[in-house]
Design a protein around this ligand. Sequence first.
Ligand SMILES: [Zn+2]
Length: 115
Amino acid sequence: MNKNNSIDDILLEVPIGWQNWTREIIANITGNFPHVRIDQVKEKFGLLRIYTSGEKPGDAVILLDIIAIAESKSATLCCACGSFSENPLLTAKNHFPEPFLCEHCMHRLEHGTII
Ligand SMILES: [Zn+2]
């Protein structure tokens, strides 16, 4: 994260439904690794990607674990409403590689009540 960028600027790169959850992950990283910079956070191929720099030796395992778990969980997190789905494979398949929409939001999308 560029020192001039606020967390809100960083979060503009992720879908609206992911923003609160992503904010918690960033807080977890910066809280546990204050020397680590968050260079970029974005959605790519339907997954949350977090790019960091400035890691110290010994950070890698835990830091990469946090990032990998977040990336994996993002596949089941609705990009519109931010709820985790109970059957992500069923609906994610219909939308791959776009960010995942839960069944409720998929229904709203099909009926034109969300963009
Ligand atoms: Zn949803």
